[in-house]
Design a protein around this ligand. Structure first.
Ligand code: HEC
Length: 150
């Protein structure tokens, strides 16, 4: 909270130095969102894109999944996760898929990867299957609305 207090001072200081006569709206308590971005610390509204996550996810996939599922997810000793042979639709949506593999995979040490890494792998799988655009912002709230079919 101390950080936010310091941040809240910035607009006041800027106003003071700019010599501008803008009304000091920063002190007005209001439930309406303020149009000026500097009036209060803003919540982060958008997360990383699928493309950004997938870039990281590919390395995690290579290290933890590729030896059974194939280097491109094409399937090997384990079923395909990418392409026409992948049968991911049975998980319903992206959240269902994430929940499935984050608790059962990697086989041998199920559930051993962090939530963050599992999300990165998920992004890579979704992108490889063209279920999302690389610019899609992947937040957990959207995953249940991302179908696993083209
Ligand atoms: C040691 C081999 C092995 C590793 C490593 C492994 N898997 Fe699997 N995986 C399997 C096998 C075998 C199956 C099929 C049986 C099952 O669903 O449990 C499977 C099934 C799956 C399925 C379900 C596929 C379907 O068609 O229903 C998903 C999704 C999956 N794995 C994701 C992953 C991910 C992501 C990783 C890396 C974090 C991973 N797996 C690592 C062996 C492995």
């Amino acid at each position: 909270m101390r950080r936010f207090t310091a941040l809240a001072l910035i607009p006041a200081l800027l106003l003071a130095f700019s010599g501008c006569a803008a009304p000091a709206s920063t002190a007005t308590p209001t439930s309406r969102p303020q149009p000026t971005a500097m009036s209060a610390p803003q919540p982060i509204v958008s997360g990383p894109t699928a493309g950004q996550l997938a870039d990281l996810g590919k390395a995690v996939y290579n290290a933890s999944c590729a030896r059974c599922h194939g280097s491109q997810g094409e399937g090997a000793s384990a079923p395909a996760l990418v392409g026409a042979r992948a049968r991911l639709d049975r998980y319903g949506d992206a959240l269902g898929l994430l929940e499935y593999f984050s608790r059962t995979m990697p086989r041998g040490s199920p559930g051993s990867l962090s939530e963050e890494k599992n999300l990165q792998i998920l992004a890579w799988i979704l992108l490889q299957n063209n279920f999302v655009y690389s610019s899609t912002v992947l937040e957990e709230s959207d995953l249940s609305e991302t179908p696993l079919a083209k």
